[in-house]
Design a protein around this ligand. Structure first.
Ligand SMILES: [Zn+2]
Length: 139
């Protein structure tokens, strides 16, 4: 898993406002990938749930999980589940900023990306532009 070179931001693809618990997401991922996917899950209240140590490989970016920290916020879909939507609460935004800042300090040169910024990923995840937020100094 080491060295850490990337941090990829994801959404859980759950409906706006639904307070999905990290244990539930972990259960889905264990069923699908045989292990937990993310290093951090950020719930609606902005709590940072650490699920995997940085030294353990996650399962969140197809073919590119080595050296790649996965951070997932709960939400990312409209209430009716029909469309991707940036549903981040203010608390989630603040926590995502803090996580990114901490990893930049811990692993200088780390590249921060949205899941959809990886090559050949035809997904809306994380339902906002990480690139644009970095350009604006918001991440
Ligand atoms: Zn994703």
């Amino acid at each position: 898993m080491m060295p850490i070179r990337y941090l990829t931001i994801h959404c859980a693809a759950t409906p706006e406002g639904r307070d999905v618990k990290p244990d539930t997401i972990a259960q889905w991922d264990r069923a699908k990938f045989g292990q937990e996917s993310y290093h951090h899950i950020v719930t609606l209240d902005g709590h940072d749930h650490v699920r995997l140590p940085d030294t353990k490989r996650g399962a969140h970016t197809g073919g590119a999980n080595t050296g790649n920290i996965g951070v997932c916020y709960v939400g990312g879909m409209s209430k009716d589940m029909k469309a991707p939507k940036d549903t981040r609460t203010e608390a989630q935004k603040i926590t995502l900023q803090a996580i990114v800042a901490a990893y930049r300090a811990r692993y200088p040169g780390i590249v921060i990306r949205g899941h959809n910024e990886w090559p050949k990923v035809a997904k809306a995840c994380p339902s906002f532009s990480v690139k644009a937020e970095i350009a604006k100094g918001l991440l």
